[in-house]
Structure formats: structure tokens, C-alpha cells
Design a protein around this ligand. Structure first.
Ligand SMILES: C[S@@+](CC[C@H](N)C(=O)[O-])C[C@H]1O[C@@H](n2cnc3c(N)ncnc32)[C@H](O)[C@@H]1O
Length: 268
């Protein structure tokens, strides 16, 4: 039987990257097809769940850093199925007046987010595609909560590796950046190197070809280009466990995370 949280429109036989990620993180919003695909990924890249955790921990530290720095508005695109330490939880713990807009293309991510945000009038979610940034920027729910004449933290975390070069990710980021005022931030991470083990990379790409999203790994130079107009804050673009770790030992062997991430500040 279909659980309450699964909208009628979704195909439970086709793996979704949102539900696979939920599975890597130990969540329960996934189906057999998602678990089989995630299992195939883990056979190719045994670190996949650790990579997801390392990325998620980076996201939490970045939000905490920005909230502590005075940012009160967050636009999180490709926000995923809610899990431990969501953006609004981390930000509103630092400052209760923080406002968060979540956007995801996946119906389960949106439905579950809507459920947990029902009693939070400072956070909202809507369904939209990152590849249509104008529609995100024009959305009434965004404007109901965010004031774009004030700084915003734009979060593009672990989602750009699902956007093909043909969809012009740099142009998407420019469109979003141009809607922000100086003092805004970009938080960005993406899978960069999961090819350390023989055929791992080819096998991983094959797994994701069965989803709606290709897996596009990008190197440091390409990711640095995505920060065009933003000045990277210390320590720059690094393997995510090495980005302002809570404990220095967490940064050891950081390259195993396979994810590069950074935070940039928009100049005036
Ligand atoms: C790996 S999860 C990352 C979730 C969260 N940002 C994090 O880092 O923990 C990737 C998310 O991006 C979403 N996604 C993929 N392509 C997207 C697109 N074109 N537009 C919006 N969301 C997208 C997926 O549905 C999924 O929820």
C-alpha cells in the first residue's frame, strides 16, 4: 500500500535521487526501487552514505556560520527530503526570526517538507526546477517570505551534479546571483571525485542513468567558476569535511568525501 507521504503522481518503481539520498542518510521516505539503486551505488562506491553525511554536516555548519554572521534569509534549492538538522532548524535556533524558502523538484521532498513546516510561519516550500530560475525568483511564496533587497543565503547544496552542462548551470547561477544584493551568500557543494576505485565512476554514472537525473562530476576549476561574483570565505573551496570542521580530526582524510564545497560572499 502507498504510504500517506507518497503523492499519487510519483512512480515508485523508478528510483528518485531525493529518495536515494534519504536512504543513504538513514531516512524512511524511500521505496524498494530507491533502495536497490542506492545499493548498486554503494556496491560501486561503498562510501556513498558517508559522502551524504559529510555533505549534510557541511550544510549544517555553513547555515550555522551564516546565521551567526547575521544572515536571516535562506533560499535552499534542491533542499531534499527533510532530515536531521534542516536549514530552518539550524538557522532559527541561532535567530528565531530567520526565514527559509525551500525549493525542490521532487514531489516527496515537497510533500514531506510541507508537512513538517505546517506550523512554522517563517519557512515555506514549493515545487520548482532549478533549471527554471526565473520561475523560482517570480514565485509568490518566495516573495511572501523573503525580501530580496536584503541579503539572502542561496543554497545550492548537492544538487548541481544533477544538472547537465547542456542545462547551463553557470547561467542558472548567474540568474540567481543577479537577483541578490551585495552581502548575500552562495553555499555550494557537489560531487567531484568518486572515481578513486577502478570502475566506480562509470558504475555510479550508470546507476544514476536509471533516475531522472544524470550524475555529472565536476572538478575544482569548474566549481570555482560557479562562484563568479562571490568571494570565497575561508577556507575556500575544499573537501566538505575540511570546511570549518567542529573538530580538526574531522578534516582528516577529507578527500574521501568526494564532495567539494564552499561559501562565497557577494561583493558590492
Ligand atoms: C542529494 S539531494 C541534496 C539535498 C540537500 N540539498 C542536501 O544537501 O542535503 C539532491 C536534491 O536535489 C533535488 N533536485 C535534483 N534536480 C533538481 C532540479 N533540477 N531542481 C530542483 N531540485 C532538484 C532532488 O530532488 C534532491 O532532493
Amino acid at each position: 500500500m502507498r504510504p500517506d507521504w507518497a503523492p499519487d503522481t510519483i512512480d515508485v518503481e523508478r528510483p528518485s535521487v531525493a529518495r536515494m539520498y534519504d536512504y543513504y542518510l538513514g531516512g524512511s521516505h524511500n521505496f524498494a526501487a530507491d533502495r536497490a539503486a542506492a545499493g548498486a551505488m554503494m556496491a560501486a562506491v561503498p562510501e556513498a552514505p558517508l559522502m551524504a553525511q559529510a555533505n549534510r554536516a557541511f550544510l549544517r555548519r555553513a547555515v550555522h556560520f551564516l546565521a551567526e554572521s547575521g544572515v536571516r534569509q535562506f533560499l535552499d534549492i534542491g533542499s531534499g527530503i527533510p532530515t536531521v538538522g534542516n536549514v530552518h532548524e539550524v538557522a532559527q535556533r541561532v535567530a528565531a526570526d530567520s526565514r527559509v524558502v525551500y525549493v525542490d523538484v521532487d514531489p516527496v521532498a515537497v510533500a514531506h517538507s510541507r508537512e513538517i513546516l505546517a506550523r512554522n510561519d517563517r519557512a515555506v516550500v514549493f515545487q520548482e526546477d532549478l533549471r527554471r530560475p526565473e520561475r523560482i525568483l517570480d514565485h509568490p511564496d518566495l516573495h511572501a517570505l523573503l525580501d530580496l533587497s536584503e541579503p539572502v543565503a542561496l543554497m545550492i547544496v548537492a544538487v548541481l551534479h544533477f544538472v547537465a552542462d547542456d542545462d547551463r548551470p553557470a547561467e542558472i547561477l548567474r540568474t540567481l546571483r543577479d537577483a541578490l544584493v551585495p552581502g548575500s551568500y552562495l553555499v555550494l557543494s557537489q560531487a567531484s571525485d568518486i572515481g578513486q576505485y577502478g570502475d566506480a565512476r562509470a558504475d555510479a554514472e550508470r546507476v544514476y542513468r536509471n533516475t531522472d537525473n544524470p550524475l555529472i562530476l565536476r572538478d575544482r576549476a569548474e566549481l570555482t567558476g560557479f562562484f563568479d561574483g562571490f568571494e570565497l570565505v575561508e577556507p575556500g573551496l575544499v573537501w566538505v569535511p575540511a570546511w570549518r570542521p567542529e573538530f580538526p580530526e574531522h578534516a582528516e582524510d577529507a578527500a574521501r568525501s568526494g564532495f567539494l564545497g564552499g561559501v562565497g560572499r557577494l561583493g558590492g
